[in-house]
Design a protein around this ligand. Structure first.
Ligand code: SF4
Ligand code: SF4
Length: 431
């Protein structure tokens, strides 16, 4: 057993991670639902343009929406079936988006692959990542091919195996069950970026993965179990001690960060010629009958996933897409999964904070918890007072909405909501 020194970042919060609910659930494939609704807005950037119309027969792996512009991403059919039409509905991140509705057919034996790569060099692998429609699958949805072409020199690729949000265990299962594939995918990501040094940052609650990866020859840094250890800037500080400046990007300190699921998708695209049309996600929480780690076809409705997991318990209080700290409350179970949907949580009242906010008591705990060393109490105060410029002075634009401040606040101040409100007002002002 290798002795690992645990590294970390300043501040942050500790809490029970609730991963025991799903971490033993091995990866399984969810049967296809009767219908899928595949969003054309699954990434940061211009929505993809549908290239199919109602009545078209499509095959799993077929391109159905093409990339638009420099930040575009391709979208592929996740099932064989007939296109019913293009419908506007609520997307996974809350806004309205066009979705390609496909009626799943009985026959599912046809799959289209990408053409086999003749050579695996920097250019061909980078292009394959674009062609496969891979985006940051840790939740950000930034087109991966763009992130692999940083405007500044970089020397280190960090693969983010922190998975620091409570409940979620899909990256854990991928690392445990597909270690060789994840390591191979990481090497392709590094190749596409022209980087030689690849480091896996793995949180200490996944020591079996850390040991497995080290045994397979990977460079592993074990990270203390602390939230938000997986946030890019905190991860970089912990792994190699470099500090990304305020308003800066990882490339400013010579680093590119990619997620475990993205590395796995790169492996599938390069080695198996498979475009990105399905992904592994965790279904967990104490209000779902059966927790699972399942591979789900892109565009599957949450209602179908819930049904496959045995339905909701009577004491369900809240559904969340993503983690409980940074995810989105689900108000409509007809919302469908995207390339970035890593989890669906069904929480009871005991697992949810329903307390009403009270006045700030100036205890300073929020500032102590903030990994960005911001002053959350003032950001909250000035935003609610309508003084957005002063809120900016206290760091609103450097806040990445991790929720640590709100978690520790005894007054239950809704600080993240204030930050989002302030950013929204500033965006509106620019229009
Ligand atoms: S102010 Fe922002 S970055 Fe700091 S703890 Fe709160 S949500 Fe996280
Ligand atoms: S933790 Fe809450 S109560 Fe304490 S200073 Fe921050 S906002 Fe105020």
């Amino acid at each position: 057993m290798e002795k690992f020194v645990q590294k970390t970042f300043p501040h942050g919060v500790h809490f029970h991670d609730n991963k025991e609910l799903s971490k033993e659930q091995a990866i399984e494939v969810m049967p296809l639902a009767s219908d899928v609704f595949i969003s054309v807005s699954q990434h940061i950037g211009a929505p993809s343009t549908p290239i199919v119309k109602a009545g078209d027969q499509v095959v799993k792996g077929q391109l159905i929406a093409d990339a638009v512009g420099g930040l575009g991403s391709k979208v592929y059919a996740s099932v064989c079936g007939e296109v019913v039409g293009i419908v506007k509905k609520v997307g996974a991140a809350g806004g309205m988006a066009d979705h390609i509705h496909i009626k799943t057919s009985e026959q599912q034996d046809q799959v289209i692959s990408l053409p086999a790569l003749e050579t695996k060099d920097k250019e061909s692998v980078l292009n394959r990542i674009f062609e496969a429609g891979i985006v940051g699958m840790g939740g950000a949805g930034f087109p991966t091919n763009v992130k692999l072409k940083p405007a500044k020199p970089v020397d280190t690729l960090i693969i983010n195996g922190a998975e620091c949000e409570p409940y979620i265990t899909c990256d854990y299962r991928l690392m445990l069950e597909k270690a060789n594939e994840v390591i191979a995918g990481a090497k392709y990501l590094a190749m596409a970026c022209g980087i030689e040094k690849v480091v896996f940052g793995i949180e200490a609650n996944k020591m079996d993965c850390a040991q497995l990866f080290a045994d397979l020859g990977a460079d592993v840094v074990v990270l203390k179990k602390k939230y938000p250890q997986g946030a890019e800037k905190d991860l970089i500080v912990a792994v190699n001690g470099r500090r990304v400046p305020c308003g800066g990007l990882p490339m400013d300190v010579g680093v590119v960060v990619q997620n475990i699921a993205t590395a796995y998708a790169a492996y599938e695209a390069v080695e198996l010629d498979k475009p990105c049309y399905e992904r592994l996600m965790t279904v967990s929480g104490r209000a779902i009958n059966s927790t699972k780690n399942i591979i789900v076809a892109n565009g599957t409705r949450y209602s179908d996933i819930i049904e496959y997991c045995g339905g909701l318990k009577d004491d369900v209080c809240k559904l969340i897409s993503g983690g409980p700290m940074m995810g989105f409350a689900v108000v409509d179970t007809s919302i469908s999964t995207t390339k970035t949907t890593g989890s669906l949580l069904a929480l009871t009242a005991k697992e949810t904070n329903l307390d009403k906010p009270t006045n700030c008591i100036n205890c300073g705990r929020c500032a102590k918890a903030c990994p960005m060393s911001l002053m959350p109490m003032y950001m909250d105060f000035y935003t609610l007072a309508g003084d957005y410029d002063t809120a900016v002075k206290y760091g609103v634009m450097n806040c990445f909405e991790c929720g640590s401040c709100a978690y520790v606040c005894p007054a239950r101040r809704q600080i993240v909501q204030s930050v989002r409100l302030c950013k929204k007002k500033l965006r509106e002002r620019k229009k």
